[in-house]
Design a binder for this molecule. Structure first.
Ligand code: C2E
Ligand code: MG
Ligand code: MG
Length: 431
């Protein structure tokens, strides 16, 4: 079937196009206007589908006409469109584009002896750093569009303050129990490297939901999983999938570790340690090859219980890491008594260390603090060689981030990082 370059019928296609543009824009600012054409049903009913199609096609063509060479205008269905703006200077620029589209919709269309106009609603959003995913841009534009339609406006720019009131932090199609029962989750693996030698040390397992429109990141379904009390089944699934892969991978790289993420309620589950023991036994894995990441904020929810779980995990031999370190409010004296193996510096500090002296100082202090307590320190969100070099110079042990690799499927991870060439290069270089 011939594909039309002006269409993107699935979210994953749209995300792919946005991703490509971000690559070409070197991750500069990107904005998205998502639009819905109202009254298409009425138009078809009144004039017939062929005429309806012609009217809509001429509307899309006019939108393409206002796109600059680097912008992209797409039909996302027979009654919706997306306009992607390459490096807009500010919100005003985006709203101006939306205004132009609204004016196009308002132009009179002559059909036989009838004149009519279209009606559109648009949700606009903008991201201005490489840290934010294209998924986030799409979610924000969708939220703005939904709000726009609910209050009957022509266009609205996304406002983070609306998130709570809209209650849309979950993907609208996500059904926690169905997803668990039907095995709709996938695990991706992001490689982690020794920053001094740049050799692979392991991977972090990151879950995705395989929804009707492609893979969805955890930010859009973890809340719903928690509401449905389905976090433990998810942890079991991720642990089982990662252990299955690891049983194969350790044959290629015996020292590698896989880190899996936990939620606050997992820590409070009395069965956690037993479940982990069972899964490890089933795959005949050394517990020290599995690491459980626990966020600083989850540990703070019930510190006594958290410490008890950490002690039991240590008895089992599983390694532990404090994820998103620096974003909670744990006191240093409390940290001193935590039986953990690793601190993972939150990427919000890592991303600005080149330009922001204070962030650099924070990161350096965390590294020194971790080493003083005999903990390994991992930096997440490394997106450039410069950041990597600064971290390595500050003594950070391990790192991960888009500079090295995006999270990959198990098969991709194996192909890219555990192939013969890679394994050979993991041997210490001859001097
Ligand atoms: P996290 O554990 O802090 O995971 C790191 C997140 O940063 C991942 O997002 C990863 O894709 C993203 N990331 C990695 N490198 C870079 C980079 O260079 N730049 C930027 N901008 N981002 C980078 P993801 O996969 O969307 O996961 C988000 C969060 O969801 C995770 O944060 C973790 O807290 C949670 N999560 C993921 N998988 C699971 C899981 O299986 N169980 C639980 N309970 N939580 C999970
Ligand atoms: Mg993590
Ligand atoms: Mg993290």
């Amino acid at each position: 079937m011939k594909t039309n370059p002006n269409t993107a019928n699935r979210y994953s296609d749209l995300l792919g196009i946005i991703d490509d543009m971000r690559v070409s824009a070197a991750n500069a600012t990107i904005a998205l206007v998502l639009g819905k054409i109202d009254g298409v049903g009425g138009l078809n009913a009144r004039f017939g589908y062929a005429t309806g199609d012609k009217v809509i096609e001429s509307f899309h063509e006019k939108i393409r006409g206002i796109a600059r060479q680097s912008d992209i205008a797409l039909e996302t269905s027979s009654s919706s469109f997306a306009f992607i703006i390459h490096s807009p200077l500010h919100e005003g620029h985006v709203m101006l584009a939306a205004e132009k589209i609204a004016r196009i919709a308002e132009e009179w269309i002559q059909i036989n002896d009838t004149r009519m106009r279209l009606d559109v609603s648009m949700g606009c959003a903008l991201i201005d750093n490489a840290r934010d995913s294209s998924d986030l841009l799409l979610q924000q534009a969708e939220k703005a569009l939904r709000k726009c339609r609910s209050i009957d406006q022509r266009m609205i720019f996304y406002d983070a303050q609306d998130d709570d009131t809209l209650g849309t932090s979950s993907h609208p199609m996500f059904d926690a129990h169905k997803a668990i029962e039907n095995g709709e989750f996938r695990v991706h693996y992001q490689p982690q490297f020794n920053l001094k030698t740049r050799q692979l040390v392991g991977a972090e397992a990151l879950v995705r939901w395989s929804g009707p429109d492609g893979l969805v990141s955890p930010g859009s379904f973890m809340n719903e999983l928690e509401r449905a009390r389905a976090l433990m089944p998810l942890l079991q699934f991720v642990m089982n999938s990662s252990s299955r892969e690891m049983a194969r991978w350790v044959r290629r790289k015996p020292t590698m570790q896989v880190a899996i993420n936990s939620s606050a309620t997992d820590l409070e589950d009395a069965d956690l340690v037993e479940i982990m023991r069972e899964v490890l036994g089933m795959w005949n894995l050394d517990p020290a090859q599995l690491k459980l990441e626990i966020t600083e904020t989850s540990l703070m929810r019930d510190p006594a219980l958290g410490i008890d779980t950490l002690c039991r995990l240590r008895e089992l031999g599983v390694k532990t890491s404090i994820d998103d370190f620096g974003t909670g409010y744990s006191s240093l004296s409390w940290l001193k008594n935590l039986p953990v193996d690793e601190l993972k510096i939150d990427r919000s500090f890592v991303r600005n260390i080149i330009d922001d002296k204070r962030d650099r100082k924070i990161v350096e202090s965390i590294i020194d603090l971790a080493h003083a307590m005999n903990l390994t320190v991992v930096a997440e969100g490394i997106e450039s060689e410069g950041v990597l070099q600064l971290l390595a110079a500050a003594g950070c042990d391990v790192g991960q981030g888009f500079f090295f690799s995006q999270p990959l499927t198990g098969a991709e991870f194996e192909r890219c990082w555990l192939n013969d060439r890679q394994i050979a290069s993991l041997e210490p270089a001859a001097t």
